[in-house]
Write a protein that binds this ligand. Structure first.
Ligand code: AP5
Length: 225
């Protein structure tokens, strides 16, 4: 219905999409599709998609559009997102954005808002160089900015914390280049559709969460929920 919240989180590597996505999911209780998490799970399980994606991910390149379009189309068609969704890390190219628009038209749905979490490259690098993720559920920490209660151990599921393969300095640089070249054009793409809502991402996680919460409350009012 018109009251459904169909949200997209857009932002460079390390901007806090995953951190905020987790909180937003708890807040709104909507299906949350983080394509990076979905791909890493596929790599771990050794599926064909995972095996094909791994080399791109390790280099910091984008995985081919058709793979990601297929992954998201399958979830939207399944019905589980019929009352709203949160997308994190998709779309990441104009081709993906156009495919999403076409799929949503087919399903008589529409994007409610795109939440752009904005940080500069230096901040991305600072954040990704100290990031730790858990091996079980992909929960995210930072050695200085968001440390776990017990060093090396996930607060939530108790699994081991590791450095992501693509968080090496040279790979982070390449991911940022890819972002500026292929994903940043989506800012204008969604501005043109009057869907873009920019949030200052360089503040502490609670402030960013508060900004997003305020924005989503306004959207819910406008949508009549
Ligand atoms: P993906 O996993 O989506 O990586 P990303 O976009 O580079 O995003 P990150 O996970 O690095 O950062 P984030 O914004 O989620 O930040 P986080 O909250 O963790 O994609 C990985 C790869 O998969 C891609 O390179 C590509 O190969 C492939 N892929 C995925 N989707 C694709 C698509 N659609 N098309 C093609 N290929 C695709 O925070 C980062 C760190 O900062 C953490 O340590 C956190 O604790 C800390 N932090 C968070 N917020 C704050 C804050 N406010 N202040 C201080 N520290 C903070």
């Amino acid at each position: 219905s018109m009251a459904d919240l169909n949200l997209i989180l857009l932002g460079p590597p390390g901007s806090g999409k995953g951190t905020q996505g987790e909180r937003l999911q708890e807040d709104l209780d909507l299906p949350y599709y983080a394509t990076g998490d979905i791909l890493r799970a596929a790599v771990k399980e050794g599926t064909d998609v995972g095996t094909g994606a791994k080399e791109y991910m390790d280099r910091g390149d984008l995985v081919p559009d058709e793979v990601l379009i297929g992954i998201i189309a399958e979830r939207l068609e399944s019905g589980e997102a019929n009352h709203g969704f949160i997308l994190d890390g998709f779309p990441r190219t104009v081709v993906q954005a156009e495919a999403l628009d076409a799929k949503l038209v087919e399903l008589h749905r529409a994007i409610t808002a795109v939440i752009q979490i904005d940080v500069d490259d230096d901040e991305s690098v600072r954040r990704l160089s100290g990031r730790r993720v858990c091996t079980e559920g992909g929960h995210v920490y930072h050695e200085d900015f968001n440390p776990p209660k017990v060093e090396g151990v996930c607060d939530i599921d108790g699994s081991e914390l590791i450095v992501r393969d693509d968080d090496k300095a040279e790979v982070v640089r390449h991911r940022l280049d890819q972002y500026h070249e292929k994903t940043a054009p989506l800012v204008d793409y969604y501005k043109t559709q009057a869907l873009l809502n920019r949030v200052e991402g360089s503040k502490d996680p609670e402030s960013v969460e508060e900004s997003i919460h305020t924005l989503v409350s306004t959207l819910s009012l406008e949508e009549g929920t």
